[in-house]
Design a protein around this ligand. Structure first.
Ligand code: GUN
Ligand code: FE
Length: 419
């Protein structure tokens, strides 16, 4: 049994979105899980002392593309389908070369380590060897989460298009090989409807059932994309319904990225299928995709979480995504529909921690029994005359707006210090 304490200014969300603040307190960790929070220094215990710093649950990036990190921040002048063809697919094609993958994924892993994320669900590429390399590098670095080998067998350039049978076979091989990993798990990853044949979509749903593995994909990101899906699957009621028809939502846990343009029927479907939406405000702004109706989906009972969608999003910083989500929710409220008020800071904190964490188990909070995933933020060089008057949540808010993306001071996943 390993038991120790982390001292600092502790802040986290509970299930009802209530923000809990415990300044100058001790987070007690036992066997990788939170045991409790105490105000007095516990006896006979190692204490990691972060006096004056904020201790918050690790942030969870529900959707990003590891192979796209190398061009994050470049080529932000096109819309989705052109951007995929002109920049994204050519870059992903390079990952057939394991040497390139090793170099690029090393950079990605090191940068992710310094950022605020502790968990994620990410896309690799179609290549099984480099996907496995990425998964083991992330495991080695101490992260937890999902890594998906991407499936694409149509409407893709030759260098990034699989034979249907080969795609199915290598998906199973990757799942089998990942059994040797402890904290990084496989996830079924059809890129989006246009890049997968009906046969492949059906087979992927079967693999997800057989191995009891979740699913992730893209949904309702861009208007041209949606039109394309309607023409490919004309019998579906909607884009979301197309996934349902092939058994890819409603059976296993599912993450759908974006959901910028859902119909009310689609929102109902996402709710009844318990889908997790990965709202990606930075990507949706960069690619001019639109503004997702986040408040509306939340009010209708959908699980809405946050994501960078690197490299649609240019930054790995989830704190930046939190403030960006607030900003676009204000534009939505002011210019699209005044029935849906903007998001608050406490709401986006909840979305990036407690809400997203529920996809992974008891994750994303400091309630007893939760996995001890946490980050330490040094807020001491926020310059303001009101510093001493700030609540912990206001201190985090100021940090998020002014200093998001700076290296965190320490990071723990399942109680293990990884930075
Ligand atoms: N839809 C299909 N592939 C992608 C991708 O790589 N990024 C984004 N943002 N949307 C997609
Ligand atoms: Fe994406």
């Amino acid at each position: 049994m390993e038991r120790y304490a982390i001292f600092g200014d502790i802040l986290y969300s509970e299930a009802d979105m209530k923000v809990m603040e415990r300044p100058s307190s001790y987070l007690i960790i036992r066997d990788g899980k939170v045991e409790g929070i105490e105000g007095e220094r516990p006896r006979d215990m190692v204490v990691h002392d972060y006096e004056g710093m904020l201790i918050i649950p690790g942030l969870i990036d529900m959707h990003l593309h590891a192979p796209q990190y190398q061009f994050a921040g470049l080529y932000m002048d096109e819309e989705l389908l052109d951007w995929l063809n002109s920049h994204t697919f050519p870059e992903e094609g390079k990952y057939s070369d394991l040497n390139y993958a090793e170099k690029a994924y090393h950079i990605f892993t090191q940068d992710l380590l310094r950022c605020e994320s502790t968990r994620f669900s990410l896309f690799a590429t179609i290549h099984s060897k480099s996907t496995l390399l990425l998964a083991s590098m992330l495991e080695e670095a101490g992260f937890a989460g999902y890594v998906g080998k991407v499936n694409m067998d149509q409407n893709s350039p030759d260098y990034l298009c699989e034979d249907t049978e080969a795609s199915i076979k290598s998906t199973v091989e990757v799942i089998e090989a990942m059994k040797s990993l402890k904290n990084i798990k496989p996830i079924i990853t059809p890129r989006f409807i246009p890049s997968c044949s009906r046969e492949l979509l059906t087979a992927l749903s079967g693999i997800s059932e057989e191995y009891d593995i979740p699913v992730q994909s893209h949904l309702d990101e861009n208007l041209s994309e949606i039109e394309w899906v309607h023409s490919l699957i004309p019998e579906s009621q909607s884009y979301a319904d197309a996934y349902r028809l092939f058994g890819l939502i409603g059976r296993k846990k599912t993450i759908m990225a974006h959901v910028v343009w859902p119909t009310d029927e689609e929102i109902e479907l996402l709710k009844s299928a318990n889908v997790y939406v990965a709202h990606s405000p930075s990507s949706n702004s960069n690619l001019s995709s639109g503004i997702a109706p986040v408040r509306k989906m939340m009010e209708m009972g959908v699980n809405v979480t946050l994501a960078t969608d690197v490299a649609g999003g240019s930054s790995l910083s989830m704190l930046r995504m939190m403030t960006h989500a607030i900003e676009v929710s204000k534009l939505y409220y002011r210019h699209i529909d005044q029935n849906f008020r903007p998001l608050s800071f406490n709401e986006v904190l909840y979305m990036a921690t407690r809400k997203a964490g529920s996809f992974f188990g008891k994750v994303g909070s400091f309630e007893p029994g939760f996995d001890a995933d946490l980050i330490v933020l040094d807020t001491s060089d926020i310059h303001t005359t009101v510093y001493d008057q700030l609540s912990l949540s206001e201190r985090l808010e100021l940090y998020a707006y002014r200093q998001a993306g700076r290296a965190v001071s320490a990071k723990f996943v399942k109680g293990k210090k990884i930075l």
